[in-house]
Unconditional design. Structure first.
Length: 314
């Protein structure tokens, strides 16, 4: 690979631009009468948490209070067969009322309910949802105290079987990044992230949508997105280009993380600020029409297909 070759490339069959990405994404829609959508509801107390599917982060929760919304799992269920849900618990260091905790307490609680419903059934989908499993975080022999009491971290994985009408075995044909020297990989990832940071900073929309096209297609197929949902997703992505107040933060204070059983790499923030903890390294701030300051984080998971030396975006 020569020095002029960017470290992030694509394998698209067509030339993708900002102008034609919507049309090409719509062309990739594949709907069926049976569209299993897998999701979990969690009930937690005295802990913050992160949820991973097949060793890929899908959700983080570092705020006080409970949550009612489901966590959709499909985007990282790439094919039918055995899947894994992993939850990682952290001490609830900050609370709205009362002091926080530096360790997980005997009253730490984490319950999971896994459901599946047919997304194609727009009328009776929720009424016909099926509860696949219920999980309660383990307790000590007293049957009450959380088994991870006194620790600053606890992790547990739950296996389950999924049946989906698509096959997205991208990572099956990718390189094991754990076999690359750590320093060499870090340098390569840093260069790739800087390249992508520059794309955003210089408002190169065509490059952005071209490199992320395959990733968007995977999400369209796995989450059964329709035309309106695709348009809304593109509108969200355009914020970093069209909002004149948006400004990227410097690419700094990060650590390299491997996910997907060593097939995926990313840069993650090292900040202990709960607003930034476990967030992606590329982010920026912007003003809303009401004058409020908000933040936008750019997900960038990278992998290397077998036979290539450059990254592609998962």
């Amino acid at each position: 690979m020569d020095n002029t070759t960017p470290l992030i490339t694509d394998s698209n069959n067509e030339k993708i631009t900002a102008e034609n990405t919507l049309q090409n994404q719509i062309k990739a829609i594949k709907r069926s009468a049976d569209e299993p959508l897998y999701y979990i509801y969690v009930n937690h107390e005295q802990c913050f948490f992160q949820v991973l599917v097949n060793d890929i982060p899908v959700y983080r929760y570092f705020i006080d209070g409970g949550m009612m919304s489901p966590i959709i799992l499909n985007n990282y269920i790439t094919h039918s067969g055995k899947q894994t849900i992993t939850y990682r618990l952290y001490p609830q260091t900050k609370r709205t009322y009362g002091e926080g905790f530096n360790i997980l307490t005997p009253y730490t609680k984490f319950d999971v309910k896994l459901y599946v419903r047919n997304n194609a059934d727009t009328v009776n989908s929720f009424e016909n949802q099926k509860l696949l499993l219920t999980h309660h975080a383990a307790t000590k022999t007293d049957g009450k105290s959380f088994i991870g009491e006194g620790k600053d971290y606890y992790e547990y994985s739950i296996p389950f079987e999924a049946k989906v009408p698509y096959n997205l075995k991208v990572l099956d044909d990718s390189k094991d990044l754990t076999k690359i020297d750590h320093k060499e990989l870090l340098k390569k990832v840093e260069t790739a992230y800087q390249y992508f940071w520059d794309i955003l900073n210089k408002k190169k929309q065509d490059e952005y949508f071209r490199l992320g096209f395959a990733s968007n297609i995977s999400q369209i197929n796995s989450e059964y997105l329709d035309k309106d949902q695709i348009q809304n997703a593109i509108n969200d992505e355009l914020l970093v280009f069209n909002n004149p107040s948006f400004k990227l933060e410097p690419l700094a204070n990060y650590t390299m993380k491997l996910y997907g059983h060593g097939k995926i790499v990313c840069l993650e923030q090292t900040s202990e600020d709960l607003r930034l903890k476990k967030r992606w390294a590329i982010w920026g701030k912007y003003k809303t029409s009401e004058g409020e300051t908000r933040v936008n984080f750019t997900r960038l998971y990278l992998y290397i297909p077998k036979g290539k030396d450059t990254f592609e975006i998962l």
